[in-house]
Write a protein that binds this ligand. Sequence first.
Ligand code: IMP
Length: 180
Amino acid sequence: MLEKDIEKVLVTQEEIREIASKLGKELTQEYQDKFPLVVGLLNGCVPFMGVLLGEMDMHLEVGFMDVSSYHGGIESSGDVKILKDLEISVHNRHILLAEDIVDTGRTIKVIRELLLYRGAASVKVVTLLDKPTGRVVEFVPDYIGKTIPKEFVVGFGLDYEEKYRNLPYVGVLKPEVYNK
Ligand code: IMP
């Protein structure tokens, strides 16, 4: 049913599994003795966190924040609002922020700075997708699953008007879907 709205698949299910496995190995090395706090940015992070955590072979803690930057459409508002904050203190903790996509870079940059301000020992960012051509602030994620062109994508956590998050792959919507 959802597939009929997809113009092309950009990252297949198989590729996502391979990305998670590769990143998981790197993160297992980096964080082995650090008992990291892996912080997912809701709601988009959920499927990616699900596959990534299973590839991280160490003790870790999990937390979530809900931050809004887009308000349902396809343009970034530039506004970053914290809708749900962490319940765990980040003081002296090694934080790994897990994102579905970094586009303008505004959201993740603000959150990284906030967690450092709160006394985190380190804050690194892992993202499934990176759209470097969309940047309006200087920001380079520490771990990148796949770099994609400046296209609006949906699936595997990414939404258009809260829909399509449950697609098992990442794809580009047909233009007529936006004009409905
Ligand atoms: P940034 O602050 O512009 O980097 O935006 C980050 C957030 O915007 C992501 O966590 C997504 O929720 C959303 N976003 C950015 N690009 C896309 C896209 O292509 N599809 C769906 N959501 C996106």
